[in-house]
Design a protein around this ligand. Structure first.
Ligand SMILES: [Zn+2]
Length: 78
């Protein structure tokens, strides 16, 4: 049986290109978690840089619970 594990899709919208680098460790951790209810990984995340290290994140997940776990790891500021 072929493993159907897909890598989490990460999109970072940041003019200065610093955010992806700064968040790489956190994003790696998020890519490794699975939903406790559905056993699914996070499908995708889009991060939009704001100012002074703040950012918005939009998540594609199986449910709200997994999204909250992901947000708790990545947070809203780097
Ligand atoms: Zn779930």
């Amino acid at each position: 049986m072929k493993a159907a594990v897909k890598e989490m899709q990460i999109t970072v919208v940041d003019r200065e290109l610093m955010l992806r680098q700064r968040l790489s460790e956190r994003l790696e951790r998020v890519a490794g978690i699975l939903c406790a209810v559905h056993g699914q990984p996070v499908v995708a995340v889009t991060i939009h840089a704001r100012e002074n290290g703040w950012f918005d994140s939009r998540w594609t997940t199986c449910c709200q619970g997994l999204e909250q776990q992901a947000v708790a790891i990545v947070k809203e500021r780097c």
